[in-house]
Write a protein that binds this ligand. Structure first.
Ligand code: ADP
Ligand code: MG
Length: 297
């Protein structure tokens, strides 16, 4: 599917990323983290972005969140260019340990961003906090401090904080990479149920192919750095998913193989060009081992 050809009811995509490039410069050297990313996300979609570590996923999210200026390209959210943190956006970062304030209770952490919304009365704020904590299964710990909670619970608090803010779009940067497998599975299901219930648009970044296929309606496959979009895969799994049934289905296996294959092919291409050796030269030289550990820096 062409990512720019989404059905949009004539209103245009919610998020439009065009020819995004980001080069970090400083201390006499430059790193081209993102070379050329173009894609669009429609209102209400759940889109996963998958790519190897160092592919520029965090860089991409920081640019979309208005925290980092792109070197070139255009970012348009809800029809307006992104020039700073957009009001209708919430972000959940990977490092829950650093994203919550340890001296504030769970309730205070979730309420804090709502204080920026001057139109909200105090009772309405408290209602939003209560509902969000209940939605993530933490209705009974509003008075606890983050450091009294497990990693998975802390990430639930971060999720509740994002949900309470009632964002139009929610960005998530490898939010479950640091929790154990069972907790991670529960949190993935929580994300899908929140998405289905709230109708929020989600852009979910991960390095985990299985997680991307399990969660997404679409998966954008990124190459290693310097990064481009390799593929935009429509995930035609049923809307109701469950960890055991979905992940063991034949279609799930096909989709994950498709994404995995794209990344492997990109790695091989990258490895060949990094070694100043074209695929044609490699072929002519015979079946040399080509599994050198490059391509995912
Ligand atoms: P990912 O999130 O996919 O792991 P990042 O966006 O964190 O990737 O990083 C992409 C590339 O940009 C990496 O090579 C990384 O070292 C580099 N990079 C990230 N942040 C900075 C920075 N502030 N200054 C210089 N280089 C950076
Ligand atoms: Mg990252």
């Amino acid at each position: 599917m062409n990512p720019t050809d989404l059905p949009q009811d004539g209103t245009g995509p919610l998020l439009d990323v065009r020819a995004l490039r980001k080069v970090y410069t400083g201390r006499g050297r430059s790193v081209e983290a993102v070379r050329d990313l173009t894609f669009a996300v429609g209102a209400g979609e759940l889109v996963c972005v998958v790519g190897p570590s160092g592919a520029g996923k965090t860089t991409l999210l920081k640019c979309i969140a208005g925290l980092l200026p792109p070197t070139s390209g255009d970012l348009v959210l809800e029809g307006a260019p992104v020039q700073g943190p957009p009001p209708g956006m919430a972000v959940v970062f990977q490092e829950y340990g650093r994203s919550l304030f340890p001296w504030m209770t769970v309730q205070q952490n979730v309420e804090l961003p709502l204080k920026q919304k001057k139109s909200l009365t105090r009772p309405r704020r408290q209602e939003l906090v209560r509902d969000a904590l209940a939605a993530v299964g933490l209705g009974d710990v509003p008075g606890a401090y983050p450091w009294q909670l497990s990693g998975g619970m802390q990430q639930r608090v971060a999720l509740a904080r994002a949900v309470a803010y009632e964002p139009h779009i929610l960005l998530m940067d490898e939010p479950f990479a640091a929790v154990d497998a069972q907790t991670r599975a529960d949190l993935e299901d929580l994300v899908r149920s929140l998405w289905q219930r709230l109708g929020v648009t989600i852009l979910f970044v991960t390095h985990d192919i299985d997680e991307a296929v399990y969660l997404g309606q679409r998966v954008l496959v990124l190459s290693g750095s310097p990064t481009v979009v390799l593929d935009d895969v429509a995930i035609d799994l049923p809307a109701e998913r469950d960890q055991l049934g979905t992940r063991s289905s034949a279609r799930f296996g096909e989709l994950r193989a498709q994404v995995f294959g794209q990344i492997q092919r990109a790695k091989r291409g990258w490895s060949a060009s990094a070694g100043q050796q074209s695929r044609a030269e490699e072929d002519a030289a015979g079946p040399e081992p080509t599994d050198s550990p490059v391509g995912t820096r």
